[in-house]
Design a protein around this ligand. Structure first.
Ligand code: GLN
Length: 203
């Protein structure tokens, strides 16, 4: 970004929560940008990373494993200390304050209400060209049994919509997408996340 100091990529480590889901694809994208990527399987590894990706997969399964491996409080602390988090698809469900139609929610980190599997059965998976705030040309987004954001508080910045539904947003240190940015060769969404990492490192 112009006028802002570029981060030294070789000094930045991004973790991918390695309990379940699309872990390796994120790791490959991180490494393709010259950053160090690690798979986070133990809560103490959170202190080794500058940003964390909660990948897509199955949020209910991931939650069970989060509890089993003692991640619930450490993940909240990670976020409370303003460390950057990128939640993609199921990862977005994990960070939401509320999940539509149920009293079950998980980390309560972001002021969004999320609807799971929200595009209907006929749209189990699809791709769409999205205009994403901060990206200068459309981003081809891959949706797989995707959630969308039903509502946001005024603390949340909406970054993209698809058919009038919110599919990407940001609140302070947390960036989320309904889609899977790691499943395309386009690294620009990950780079949006790295801007947050960069900003937090400058604080
Ligand atoms: N439907 C899944 C869930 O709610 C998310 C799907 C995905 O991550 N691709 O957990």
């Amino acid at each position: 970004m112009e006028g802002r100091e570029q981060m030294d990529k070789s000094k930045v480590t991004i973790g991918v929560l390695g309990l379940q889901g699309a872990i390796n694809e994120h790791l490959q994208q991180i490494e393709s940008l010259g950053l160090k990527g690690i798979i986070v399987k133990r809560a103490d590894q959170l202190s080794d990373i500058d940003g964390l990706i909660l990948p897509g997969g199955e949020s209910t399964t991931m939650r069970k494993l989060i509890d089993h491996y003692g991640f619930l409080e450490p993940l909240k602390e990670f976020s409370n200390s303003r460390k950057p988090i990128l939640g993609t698809c199921a990862g977005m469900v994990l960070v939401a304050k509320d999940i539509s139609g149920t009293t079950d929610s998980h980390l309560h980190l972001m002021d969004i209400v999320v609807k799971r599997n929200a595009f209907g059965r006929q749209k189990e998976s699809f791709e769409a060209e999205l205009n994403v705030k901060g990206l200068n040309h459309p981003f081809r987004a891959v949706f797989i049994r995707a959630p969308y954001i039903e509502s946001v508080s005024d603390q949340v910045e909406v970054l993209a919509q698809y058919n009038g539904k919110i599919v990407a947003a940001k609140q302070n240190n947390i960036l989320v997408s309904s889609f899977h940015p790691e499943l395309t060769k386009d690294t620009r969404f990950l780079e949006l996340f790295l801007q947050i990492v960069n900003e937090q490192q400058a604080v």
